[in-house]
Design a protein around this ligand. Structure first.
Ligand code: BGC
Length: 295
């Protein structure tokens, strides 16, 4: 017998109330009602993060620098929409102050605010130190380090202005920096890249220290070898992949979704007491596997 005050779908069984609607409400998505910006999200790790944040309920701004055909960005946005969320695509060179400010202004005019910023955009321009040009050095530092500073600064200003919004998140905002195992592992032939990620380490920690009193959390993700275009040369033939696996104790090359899952956690209240931390997602690459039977 069903009690008249029970709504459709709810029922008693063996004296226990089963209510699927209540369960759905209680299981609201982790990032419901939040606005996220993911820089460099038309491909690779950024794309996986944008989709995962959308699946977790956030509206996502899909930023790209030069995805001219827009194929990648549009596919990402479609997947976010298919997951029941929303967002928009925004071109911006994140190494340019005025462009970054204009991008944030558009986010504020369309959505009112922002809650999560994943400063992901990054590039490699490899050369030995002896051959590296100043242009190669500047290009990588300005995208990977200055770009993260510019995006984090705009985000922090908004988070401080707005403060904590009751019922949305326990934090006033979350910044996630994209670092790398090369924030600790030196990398010959890539001094510009390693220097940029070493810089991200202390940029992130210093920002976290400065912003914690405003209830703004700042953390880094540090991926190891993840299969994307940036490192295709390292895994695209079976021989290359075998050689790469010598550096990965866990025995597989990562995929963008490995990093995306960690990003959702860092962006959510599940990690509310975590700030100033680098989360390595690297299958053990930073465990110095060369020392396993040596040294
Ligand atoms: C680099 C990849 C590299 C990985 C491990 C990443 O930060 O972008 O090219 O495969 O580190 O060395």
């Amino acid at each position: 017998m069903k009690a008249p005050w029970l709504h459709h779908g709810a029922f008693f069984f063996a004296g226990i109330l089963f209510d699927p609607l209540e369960e759905n409400l209680a299981m609201g998505k982790l990032l419901d009602g939040q606005i996220a910006l993911v820089t460099g999200s038309s491909s690779g790790i950024g794309a996986a993060i944008a989709i995962a944040l959308g699946e977790a309920g956030a509206k996502v701004v899909v930023n790209h620098h030069s995805d001219k055909s827009l194929n990648g960005a549009e596919e990402v946005l479609e997947k976010i929409k298919a997951a029941g969320s929303d967002g928009f695509i925004r071109q911006c060179d994140i190494s340019k102050e005025e462009e970054v400010r204009a991008m944030f202004a558009e986010i504020f005019s369309r959505y009112g605010t922002v809650d999560i910023v994943v400063a992901n955009a990054g590039i490699q321009q490899d050369a030995s130190l002896l051959d590296m040009t100043l242009e190669q050095w500047n290009k990588v530092i300005s995208t990977n380090l200055t770009g993260q500073f510019l995006c984090a600064r705009e985000a922090a200003r908004e988070f401080k202005r707005r403060g904590v919004v009751e019922g949305r998140s326990r934090a006033a905002g979350k910044i996630i920096c994209m670092s790398s195992v090369h924030e600790v592992i030196p990398w010959s032939g890539h001094v510009n890249y390693a220097a940029s990620k070493g810089g991200v380490k202390l940029l992130m920690q210093s920002m976290a220290q400065e912003l914690a009193p405003y209830k703004i959390r700042v953390n880094s993700l540090a991926p190891g070898a993840i299969k994307t275009r940036i490192n295709e040369d390292a895994w695209d033939t079976p021989e290359d992949e075998k050689k790469l696996l010598e550096l990965i104790p866990y025995g597989r090359v990562g995929v963008p979704e490995d990093v995306a899952k960690a990003a959702v956690w860092l962006a959510s209240d599940e990690s509310d007491y975590v700030t100033g931390t680098t989360l390595f997602v690297d299958g053990g690459m930073t465990l110095y596997p060369g020392f396993a039977d040596n040294g």
